[in-house]
Every structure is written in structure tokens, then in C-alpha cells.
Write a protein that binds this ligand. Structure first.
Ligand code: AMP
Length: 363
């Protein structure tokens, strides 16, 4: 599946290409057509699945006919409202909206608590087509009459389970009451608890259920191994493991993109077919590396965490951490590439002396 097959308008296809995405993630393939058909959605997905683009891209497409450069606030009423539980997520989603929407003349802004309201008020009064907000601060702005929500056509509740955990339900109800009844609603949640089901029943109309596998929960079928080694021996150990364990397809993670090509080259010199994927390579080079790996022409794919996000390689038997990542979340992302779909997998980490602190965090 390609983004073009999802019937995205050229402005969005261009933005997606600018981001370096070659194909939609599973949740994007499902959510984009459904949102474009103006269906309500109940999405069970967490961060790391590409869900943000899954709702932002089709939302931008539905709003594209409204794009205009008029300075009049009346020409920019809030038509899409995205609620998130935290400031960090709000800022991140707003960045995505800006990034994916950069070729469209739609205005967006973000409001959240903990900072001065004045610049937010100014932005709202000038008019925004897409508003990303945390619930409490949004209500403050509503109270001050700096924003009206009577023309909202699309509502997104992101990480709804966290919003409920944080006690935002009363605020959410107040906000729902300010929105037109006739609207499209998208609800995303990592879990599907009774409370979420209740909320979904109240706010969604014959929603399409979209569920994607948890990517950032450690797969139960993964066996974790650690080899303690001086850094100078890592490459020889890696080559030794690949040979003696007869690995046919292995994803090797490094922290820095500049080290990826070098390691791949050295492995090739050692007689092991290796290729590399990282953000300094061109889109064509990345696609080539990925298809070489998927189709078995390369035994080893050397990747950075960022490059590996969103690329879909199913059911790898081995993931090797040539270096441990800086955060345990990245470790979970990395090993999420193995032990999927009911097949066992092995996550092997080569750990040198100065990585012990990172190892403790992962453990
Ligand atoms: P999210 O789950 O929305 O937080 O996205 C997780 C990460 O995946 C973000 O860093 C996105 O930039 C990236 N991403 C989203 N869609 C794709 C895609 N189709 N291909 C590659 N990366 C993607």
C-alpha cells in the first residue's frame, strides 16, 4: 500500500514524502480511508504506531477545501479540535499538524496550561482552522471568549485513557457540550477499558473499530540476552554471532547515523551481506536497503532508532543492540521488531563498560 493509493491529495503526499515516509503504517492504511469517508473511529493504538499521521492527514484533507489566506478571523473558525492529555503530546501533535499541513493554507495553533495565556489568546482571536489543546486550558479560553467551538466538524480525543486517568472526564464532557452534535469524532486510546467503552458509546456514531498491535509493550515471546564485551570487540562478536547462530535476517541497532554505514561496510568486508538505513541516506537508498533486507539479499540491516520507526518488517527472528539506546522506551521499540505474530524472537545486546547505566535502566 502506498500513500498515493490512499487517495491523499498531492499537497499531503508531498508533505509525507518530505518526512521520508515510504509507506503508510498499518493504522494509517486503516484510519485514512475511514476518516476520509467521514466515519467516526475508535482506534486502539499507542504512540509509535503512526497514529498521529493516521488522523492528521485525512483531517487536513477534509479541511483542505476551506484553505484560504484571508486575514479575517471569520474565515478561520475552529473546524478541527484535537484534545490531548498532556502539554508534551499537545506540542508534538501540533508539530505534526504543522508539518503535514505545510503545503496547505490552513491555520493551526496549540494551547496548553502552565504558560502565559496572552499569546495563545492572540492566536485564537486571529482565527485558527485547527486547534490542538489540553482540556483545562481550552476551557479557560472558552470562558474568556477567545475561542468559539460552534463550527467544529472534526473532534479528536488522543490518548483518551490517559485523559480519563488524569481526571479530565468532567472537562471533556463540558467541551463536548460546546460542540455541534453533527460532527465527526475520532477517539484514540491505548487500552479499551469499560470507561473508554462508555465514553465511546456516548460520543461516537457507529464507529469503525481500528486496532493495531501494541508496538511498545515488550513482546512476551522475546528472549533477552546480554553479552558484556569491550567496545573494541563488538564487531568481531557481532560477526561471530551471525555466523555461529546461523542468522539469516538480523536488524542491528546503532545510536548514531554516521556509524551505520561504517559498520555495514565493515561487515561486508567480513563477508557478511549488510546494508544500512538512516536519515542521511536518500529516499531511494533507504527503499533499496529495506527491500534488499526484506527480500533476503542482505542478511543484516544496520539502523538507527529513528530510521527504524515506522518501517514495517514483520517477524524478525533477531534484533541486535550493537549499542544500547539512551532510553528504555527505545529499547522496547527496538525489540518490538522481533517476537511478533506469535513467533519467538531473540533480542541480543552487546554491552560495554560505559553502557552499564543504560542496561540498568532497561532492566
Ligand atoms: P506516532 O505513533 O504518531 O507518535 O508516530 C510515531 C513515529 O512514527 C513518529 O516519529 C512519526 O514521524 C513516524 N511515522 C509516522 N508515520 C510514518 C510512516 N508512514 N513511515 C515512517 N515513519 C512514520
Amino acid at each position: 500500500m502506498t500513500f498515493a493509493e490512499l487517495n491523499l491529495i498531492p499537497e499531503l503526499q508531498r508533505a509525507v514524502a518530505d518526512e521520508g515516509y515510504s509507506e503508510p503504517t498499518p493504522i494509517q492504511s486503516k484510519a485514512i480511508p475511514a476518516v476520509l469517508e467521514r466515519r467516526d473511529i475508535m482506534g486502539c493504538a499507542q504512540t509509535g504506531t503512526g497514529k498521529t499521521a493516521g488522523f492528521t492527514l485525512p483531517m487536513l484533507q477534509l479541511l483542505a477545501p476551506y484553505a484560504n489566506t484571508s486575514p479575517s478571523p471569520a474565515r478561520h473558525p475552529v473546524r478541527a479540535l484535537i484534545l490531548t492529555p498532556t502539554r508534551e503530546l499537545a506540542a508534538q501533535v501540533a508539530d505534526s499538524v504543522r508539518g503535514y499541513g505545510k503545503h496547505l493554507k490552513l491555520r493551526s495553533t496549540v494551547v496548553y496550561g502552565g504558560i502565559d495565556m496572552t499569546p495563545q489568546t492572540k492566536a485564537l482571536r486571529e482565527g485558527v482552522d485547527i486547534l490542538v489543546a489540553t482540556p483545562g486550558r481550552l476551557l479557560d479560553h472558552v470562558q474568556q471568549k477567545s475561542v468559539a467551538l460552534g463550527q467544529v466538524e472534526i473532534l479528536v480525543l488522543d490518548e483518551a485513557d490517559r485523559m480519563l486517568d488524569m481526571g479530565f472526564l468532567p472537562d471533556i464532557r463540558r467541551i463536548l457540550a460546546l460542540l455541534p452534535a453533527q460532527r465527526q469524532s475520532l477517539l484514540f486510546s491505548a487500552t479499551f477499558s469499560e470507561d473508554i467503552k462508555k465514553l465511546a458509546n456516548q460520543m461516537l456514531r457507529s464507529p469503525m473499530m481500528i486496532e493495531v498491535a501494541r508496538r511498545n509493550a515488550p513482546a512476551e515471546l522475546v528472549d533477552h540476552q546480554v553479552y558484556e564485551t569491550p567496545v573494541a570487540h563488538k564487531r568481531a562478536l557481532l560477526a561471530h554471532l551471525i555466523r555461529t547462530r546461523d542468522m539469516k535476517q538480523v536488524l542491528v541497532f546503532l545510536r548514531m547515523k554516521r556509524d551505520c554505514n561504517k559498520l555495514a561496510r565493515e561487515l561486508v568486508r567480513d563477508g557478511i551481506n549488510a546494508t544500512a538505513i538512516h536519515s542521511d541516506r536518500t529516499q531511494a537508498e533507504r527503499e533499496q536497503a529495506l527491500s534488499d533486507f526484506k527480500e533476503g539479499r542482505a542478511t543484516v540491516l544496520v539502523a538507527t532508532d529513528i530510521a527504524a520507526r515506522g518501517i514495517d518488517i514483520e517477524e524478525l527472528p533477531f534484533v541486535i543492540n550493537y549499542e544500547l539506546p539512551y532510553t528504555p522506551e527505545d529499547y522496547i521499540h527496538r525489540i518490538g521488531r522481533t517476537g511478533r505474530a506469535g513467533l519467538p524472537g531473540e533480542a541480543i545486546s552487546l554491552v560495554c563498560e560505559d553502557e552499564h547505566r543504560l542496561l540498568v535502566e532497561v532492566e
